[in-house]
Design a protein. Structure first.
Lengths: 448, 278, 313
């Protein structure tokens, strides 16, 4: 009996705690942007805008918080609510939000999403805002042009605040030790892989990204090797061009011979771990992973070099390797939203952001900053982007299934070639067919 | 001689197999804690350190103070506790109906419960989002509480039906013959016997809500409403994974669950003892 | 809810009338009991499930709304005639479910029986044994991918120290080990489910049954077979059924550890659906595949309940 009473008491206690929590949880929900209908945020009425960060990470969050703080200090009547979204789920989160018309006011949006989001009428064209802004002459013109070019209506839907570039990270100390030249051409690249491999000491010359995201890297290497456009003059896709077949055959044949066995399922984490733990001498990624290498490797033992040049000595880079600030159509405070977009692209904010994330600023005012001059990896990126000879090719981001072809067909295809289940030629033919079918369907829909 | 045999017997039928199973269970946990205690540079270093050579709590401090971990913790608790209560009430009732009564539509109801489990959750995100948007509940804890309840009820109902059918019907009937009302019989006879099942069901539900990621991410658009798994996942960036902080955050997230198990495991035994004697 | 308390049962005269009324009321009781559950499911799961069936007949791609149209049975025809992934992924699903549920049941049963004995620190051992269940998919994937890693993984390190292997293995990367490696990781997380349910059910077996068996001179093994198992039968049938459905649809470890690779060797049907629909946003075709897998699970559930003679005897 005694025990029982105790139990009832404790359950009553538990219940009241729970109701307390419930109440606490249900209160204060109405922090959502008040449904004030005035779109004129120049009035002093306080407004709240929501901002989605599409690539959450422990390093980026404090940066955004700092930028938002500075913005709010400068604009006391605007509150920015920051929401982090893990990179892997960002696209589906945006998809659901757009489908239900419940988008944020401002969002960080990858260039590859711009065509799709604009066709779905989720984004607000920014041309007028941009043309009337002092940003107009400061943001890298070719990046702006690129963003206009890829959308169906040719309008500007996102302002790029950071660019990226694929490069190769190398262990300089190992290269010196072995007396191997840092590769500048593909021949030298392949030779370096062979020479730097020392399996007895657990070292490999290179690591291939065979898992998630491998398709993007392979595509960039292929085009860097061939220097071709994505589509030929006859409108045919160049994916299965003989040069690409030749490259893929050689490149993937290095798997296991000169690269670790686990490469076949390597995602970003595993691949970088191979470099950072001192197993591989070279890894193909982009300038953005600088911070990660710095954590594990000593300064001066690693650096980044551009992707090897084509036979005729040109750098090749994939267009649209950038992230943008976009304003969503559903916003009730377009002016406030634009102000934030403008602020993120100010020299101050871009400098803070890109220095810490190791990415490439688009605001020309930042280029004179001391850190830009001293960062080896940023200088490499400029060397490539500023070189007038550099070839930028344009993948068809506008195809609705461009991304899913890479994820669902090309990624596994790479693994099949690596494991010898498929020939490089068959693999590239399938890839090309998929892109062509998709393009044909798209053209039929829009070129009526 | 006799006692020696007994000892060997205990060793073979209890301690050795239990030791093996527990080391399989606990090793990854140990490894997580080990990782959480290492400074960032040591985690990827070889040779591997089986004990951190420079133990530090900085990862824990970082995880706790980083982007409102305490808030995520509170949100998870609210959602978890509310869901458990509603789920337990609903599933005990419907579980009782399923195991004790024969009624028209019973099979249909069972089948309906099962059918809800046949659809991968990922396929339901957009329609759920639209429902809750129309109810004005996006980012509200109720959207998660309701969704989790709906998703868990089929499973817990079937589980409870199993537990209830294990309680001999005769005990209940005997109590009613002794003059107890149906409710009294339920409370004094069935409930105590059912306690292990209720605790197990409650634990399942709580753990599910505590760890659920996809729906929590999709139905919440406000940082201040995020639950723990969503908060944790923001520690894994595309370009940088803070293994130490992730491990530390995970260890923190584990604590309530461990306390819950420590509490629950008692009830997994006590129920029967009390009931048979009382 | 005082439906049964309002009737004094002492009066002999109107006992019959009361009895009849009671029967009528009794008939309503189960419906009242299932009502709250029924309403919640009806309100919040029917529409999402309905959309899956609806979209299975459509060309529906959230990222390309301009292609959306009625597809009739096209999606289904494609699944059965042109989809090279369908059968292999279904076979992987089968392998996955059978190995997971089978192993989890066996080890969960062993663990439950062990933890049901009395010994010092039993509470502690129980709490410890259940912990993996409390670990989220996000964390479990990170933990296991770190431990399986070829370069920095502790599993390789230990196996090499023990002299079992000579050089590091890429467990998640080889078509011969990837599947097994993920099975182990998921097994680790899944054993406690069976251990907890079975342990809870073990409690409701009256001690008298064991005593009777002991009096009859039954060995431990025999009393397990003839007393424990029959008593646990319904629990086992239901939990395995639930688990089959659950594991069939469970992709988080597969997704994070191998991503379905290498070369699709760990792509299950649900993994394939998630890839198509969620990451490729082709919800129409994904829905059609979901409907097919729905049918497979439904047929399985009905057959399983029939053949296992659930609630019979």
């Amino acid at each position: 009996m005694f025990m029982k009473r105790g139990k009832y008491k404790s359950s009553i206690l538990a219940f009241s705690i729970v109701s307390g929590l419930l109440l606490a949880g249900c209160n204060g929900d109405d922090e959502k942007p008040s449904a004030s209908t005035d779109s004129n945020s120049n009035s002093d009425e306080p407004v709240t805008i929501t901002f989605w960060d599409e690539n959450a990470s422990p390093e980026r969050t404090p940066l955004w918080e700092e930028i938002i703080k500075q913005f709010e200090d400068a604009n006391p009547n605007i509150d920015v609510e920051y929401v982090v979204i893990p990179n892997k789920s960002a696209k589906s989160k945006y998809d659901a939000a757009i489908a239900a018309n419940d988008t944020p006011d401002v969002g960080s949006v990858q260039t590859t999403w711009l065509p799709e989001f604009s066709i779905r009428e989720a984004l607000m064209p920014l041309d007028e805002y941009f043309d009337g802004s002092e940003l107009k002459d400061k943001i890298n013109a070719s990046a702006i042009e690129f963003n206009k070019k890829i959308t169906q209506d040719g309008k500007l839907y996102g302002i790029p605040y950071a660019q990226n570039l694929d490069t190769i990270w190398i262990r300089t100390d190992w290269f010196e030790e072995a007396g191997v030249k840092e590769p500048e051409t593909f021949d030298e690249f392949f030779t370096a892989i062979e020479k730097m491999t020392d399996k007895d000491n657990g070292r490999y010359g290179y690591t291939i990204r065979g898992g998630a995201g491998g398709s993007f890297q392979l595509q960039r290497l292929m085009f860097a090797y061939s220097g071709l456009d994505y589509f030929g003059e006859d409108g045919k896709v160049n994916i299965n061009d003989p040069k690409h077949v030749e490259f893929v055959e050689k490149y993937l044949s290095y798997y296991e011979e000169f690269t670790p066995k686990s490469d076949i399922t390597n995602g970003y984490k595993e691949m970088i771990a191979g470099f950072d733990t001192g197993v591989v001498a070279m890894v193909h990624h982009n300038v953005g992973s600088y911070g990660e290498h710095k954590k594990s490797l000593e300064e001066g033992t690693f650096k980044t070099i551009p992707l090897p040049k084509t036979e005729d000595g040109k750098y090749v880079a994939e267009g649209g390797n950038a992230v943008n600030i976009a304003v969503f159509n559903s916003t009730e405070h377009p002016d406030a939203a634009w102000k934030f977009a403008e602020f993120v692209n100010s020299a101050e904010a871009q400098s803070l952001w890109n220095e810490s994330t190791g990415q490439i600023p688009t605001n020309t005012d930042v280029l004179d900053d001391e850190w830009v001059q001293n960062a080896q990896h940023i200088k490499v990126a400029f060397e490539v982007y500023e070189n007038p000879e550099t070839k930028l090719y344009e993948p068809p981001f506008y195809l609705p299934d461009y991304r899913s072809i890479l994820d669902n067909l090309v990624d596994p295809g790479i693994q099949q070639v690596m494991s010898g289940q498929k020939s490089a030629k068959d693999f590239l033919d399938e890839w090309a067919t998929a892109i062509e079918e998709s393009k044909e369907k798209y053209d039929q829909t829009f070129n009526k | 001689m006799f006692s020696k045999n007994k000892k060997i017997d205990r060793l073979l039928t209890l301690y050795i197999p239990l030791g093996l199973m527990l080391s399989f269970t606990l090793f990854p946990i140990y490894w997580t804690i080990n990782t959480a205690l290492k400074p960032e540079g040591d985690i990827l270093k070889r040779p591997l350190q089986y004990l951190p050579s420079n133990p530090t709590v900085e990862n824990f401090v970082y995880a706790w103070s980083n982007i409102g971990f305490a808030t995520f913790f509170k949100n998870s608790l609210i959602v978890g506790i509310c869901t458990v209560i509603i789920v337990l009430i609903c599933s005990t009732l419907s579980g009782y109906a399923l195991s004790r009564y024969n009624f028209v539509g019973k099979k249909g109801f069972m089948l309906m419960l099962l059918c809800t489990q046949f659809i991968p959750r990922a396929m339901m995100i957009i329609p759920l989002f639209i429902i809750f948007k129309n109810l004005g509940l996006i980012s509200h804890p109720l959207s998660l509480i309701i969704t989790y309840t709906a998703v868990e009820i089929p499973f817990t109902t079937i589980l409870m039906a199993g537990f209830i059918s294990n309680v001999p019907k005769e005990l209940e009937e005997a109590a009613m013959i002794d003059g107890c009302s149906k409710l009294q019989a339920l409370r004094h006879v069935v409930f105590p016997l059912l306690m292990p099942g209720i605790v197990a069901t409650g634990v399942f539900t709580f753990i599910y809500t505590w760890n659920e990621f996809l729906l929590a991410l999709m139905l919440t658009n406000q940082q201040s409403r995020f639950t723990l798994p969503v908060g944790l996942s923001s520690m894994m960036g595309e370009f940088n994974v803070n293994y130490g902080a992730l491990a530390a955050g995970s260890v923190i997230a584990l604590i309530p669950a461990v306390i819950l198990f420590a509490y629950a495991q008692k009830h997994l035994v006590n129920g029967i003892g009390g009931a048979v004697k009382g | 809810m005082s439906y049964s308390q309002g009737f004094p049962e002492t009066s002999v005269n109107n006992k019959d009338v009361v009895h009849k009324k009671k029967i009528k009321k009794e008939k309503l009781v189960p419906y009242l009991f299932i009502l709250p559950s029924f309403l919640i499911i009806l309100g919040f799961l029917f529409y999402p499930i309905g959309t899956v069936f609806y979209y299975s007949l459509q060309n529906y791609d959230v990222s390309a709304p301009y292609y959306n149209s009625f597809a009739g049975l096209d999606n289904f025809i494609k699944i059965f005639t042109a989809d090279e992934m369908f059968i292999p992924s279904l076979i992987n699903s089968l392998k996955w479910v059978v190995s997971e549920v089978g192993l989890q049941l066996v080890f969960g049963m062993i663990l439950a029986l062990l933890l049901n004995q009395t010994f010092k620190f039993r509470g502690l051992a129980r709490a410890a044994a259940f912990i993996p269940w409390a670990i989220s998919g996000v964390l479990a994937s990170v933990m296991w991918s770190m431990m399986f890693n070829e370069h920095m993984g502790v599993i390789n390190d230990m196996l090499m120290k023990l002299g079992i292997i000579n050089e590091p293995m890429a467990f998640l990367a080889s078509t011969s080990t990837a599947f097994g490696a993920v099975v182990i990781a998921e097994l680790w997380r899944g054993i406690p489910f069976f251990a907890i349910t079975l342990l809870a059910s073990l409690q409701s077996i009256p001690n008298e049954l064991y005593e009777a068996a002991r009096v009859d001179g039954a060995s431990r093994w025999k009393s397990f077979i003839y007393v424990t198992l029959p008593q646990l039968k319904n629990t086992i049938i239901l939990t395995t059924l639930l688990r089959v459905v659950w594991e069939f649809n469970n992709v988080d470890l597969l997704f994070n550890l191998t991503g379905g690779g290498p070369a699709h060797s760990t792509t299950t049907l649900t993994m394939y659906i998630a890839d198509l629909a969620v990451h490729g946003s082709n919800f129409g075709y994904g829905s059609a595949l979901t409907v097919v897998s729905f049918g497979i699970l439904l047929i399985f559930a009905i057959l399983y309940l029939r053949l296992s003679r659930y609630e019979k005897e």
